[in-house]
Design a protein around this ligand. Structure first.
Ligand code: ADP
Length: 488
């Protein structure tokens, strides 16, 4: 294609504007990398209170456009960052988006999320018309944007500006599907015939993600392994059948790492920078980490095993709980940084005092501490039940902090099994979701750590891994091109 591809991202969060999870990192990074590769990318997201009050000032670019909720027209405005080269456009309708949070409070989801995101999805057409932007590809993310492929097929057939657009739906985590009561279906502005097995119906409820999965031209997930796993019932959250029926249009494209932020050679948030060749700095970070967590200085030569995580069932804390007493009976230290479910907060608060100087716990979201942990720890634990991609294991590799992970999703795709005999590999993996299997991987790692020469080799392998965004962006660009050329 001679001219540049025009791509419209539709998503509900992006750094630095609004973030609840990994989705925001992808949407806040990938568009810029695609731009560098020659694509003309725009991103549409809601104008939340935190965007309006955020560090980057915005300016009004369109007023009184017309979106829809069911059959009702609702006006909205559009804002864009006032300076800098940010291809972002924000949909303003205060009634829906000017709230303290994105999707809900700790007491639960906002009651009108269907209204909020079906309205948001309806704004794509008037925004493209207003900007005179005719997308070749509309790249939708997660359930919040899943109505867009449905609208393109069933509401906007006559709209010239969108008539060539192909759609891609990226599933960042299949566990979140956008489920709503059937009674709200009229608010979507779709014919009831679409509330069926071949449409948005799911056990007599509305399932927005399913709608996107049925009608998008291509579906992607954030690792190859996860794209395979979600086609089986164990990982499919009830949608494995739909995914199998779309298997030929389903692709896995691994997320990238922003090495501007996450490189030990130039990390501004750690006390001492280091590299594979000049590894000495890592010991200084370890000392600082031991101090930050009040760990026993006498254990300085023992390994630190770390976790940075949302405290959620997905992340395998039941396995951690099961192995913890035996683990901490050895000469080693464990540090945990996380926030999330109340039950895990209570559990960690109970455990920490049992192992003074050996188990450090901080219940917080703390980016600077996350950097110090990556830099100062020796091993990183991710015993996840499932992991669509996972970022921390990739950061850990870069910082020579050897990952011990369950062989699932993106973890399986990014960590190569270590073989101390041949000196190959980058980490330790286990397959069965059992404390025994996890303990097996931990023991293998602890044994390897005892041979410092072998361990150094492992660290060097790990630090030389490259999961840069350029690779992911090229893969997306190839997919877009295949779609536009009608070969996908
Ligand atoms: P998920 O998106 O499932 O939460 P990922 O590993 O893909 O898991 O991404 C999590 C991101 O959030 C990483 O960048 C990680 O460093 C960061 N993170 C998670 N919990 C914390 C925390 N308590 N403090 C600081 N950073 C955190």
């Amino acid at each position: 294609m001679a001219r540049n591809l025009r791509v419209l991202f539709v998503a509900s969060e992006a750094v630095p504007f609004a973030k609840t999870g990994g989705l925001a990192d992808v949407v806040g990074t990938l568009p810029y990398v695609l731009k560098d590769l020659g694509a003309d990318v725009r991103v549409l997201m809601p104008y939340y209170g935190m965007v309006k009050q955020g560090k980057i000032p915005t300016t009004l670019v369109a007023e009184n456009l017309e979106g829809h909720l069911g059959g009702t027209s609702l006006a909205f405005d559009v804002h864009t960052p006032a300076s800098g080269d940010h291809p972002f456009y924000f949909v303003e309708r205060a009634e829906f988006f000017e709230r303290s949070q994105l999707y809900g409070t700790p007491r639960g989801d906002y009651f009108d999320n269907l209204e909020r995101f079906s309205f948001f999805s309806s704004t794509i057409l008037p925004v493209c018309q207003n900007l005179g932007f005719q997308p070749d590809v509309i790249h939708c993310h997660d359930w919040q944007a899943s109505l867009v492929p449905v609208y393109l097929r069933h509401r906007w057939q006559g709209a010239d500006i969108l008539n060539q657009a192909k759609t891609v739906l990226t599933i960042h985590n299949l566990a979140y599907q956008g489920l709503f009561a059937k009674e709200k279906f009229p608010l979507l502005g779709l014919d009831w015939s679409l509330f069926g097995l071949d449409g948005l119906e799911y056990y007599d409820q509305i399932n927005l993600l399913k709608g996107g999965m049925v009608f998008a031209d291509a579906i992607t997930t954030v690792s190859v392994r996860y794209s395979e796993e979600i086609q089986i019932p164990e990982f499919g959250y009830g949608l494995d059948g739909v995914l199998r029926s779309r298997a030929s249009s389903l692709h896995g494209i691994l997320n990238g790492v922003d090495y501007q932020d996450w490189s030990p050679e130039k990390d501004k948030l750690i006390p001492a920078t280091f590299s594979a060749k000049k590894i000495a700095g890592k010991a200084k970070n370890k000392a600082a980490l031991m101090q930050a967590y009040n760990l026993n200085p006498k254990l300085e030569k023992a390994p630190i095993l770390a976790m940075i995580s949302r405290l959620a069932d997905q992340k395998g804390f039941d396995l951690v709980a099961a192995v913890l007493p035996e683990l901490l009976a050895q000469d080693l230290m464990v540090v945990i940084l996380g926030t999330g479910e109340e039950t895990y907060h209570r559990w960690l608060a109970q455990e920490a005092p049992k192992y003074p100087g050996k188990l450090g716990v901080k219940i917080a979201f703390d980016n600077a501490l996350a950097h110090l942990i990556e830099a100062g720890a020796d091993m990183f634990l991710m015993p996840s039940r499932y992991e669509p991609c996972g970022l921390n294991q990739m950061y850990s590799l870069k910082y020579g902090t050897i990952p011990i992970v369950r062989a699932t999703g993106g973890l399986a795709d990014t960590v190569e099994p270590a073989d101390p005999a041949t000196g190959t590999g980058t980490g330790f993996l286990f397959t069965d979701y059992t404390p025994e299997a996890f303990a097996g991987a931990l023991n293998a790692a602890l044994k390897a750590y005892k041979n410092q020469k072998q361990w150094r080799r492992l660290m060097q392998n790990a630090m030389s891994q490259d999961f840069s965004w350029e690779r992911s962006a090229s893969a997306y660009l190839n997919l877009y091109k295949l779609l536009v050329e009608g070969e996908e």
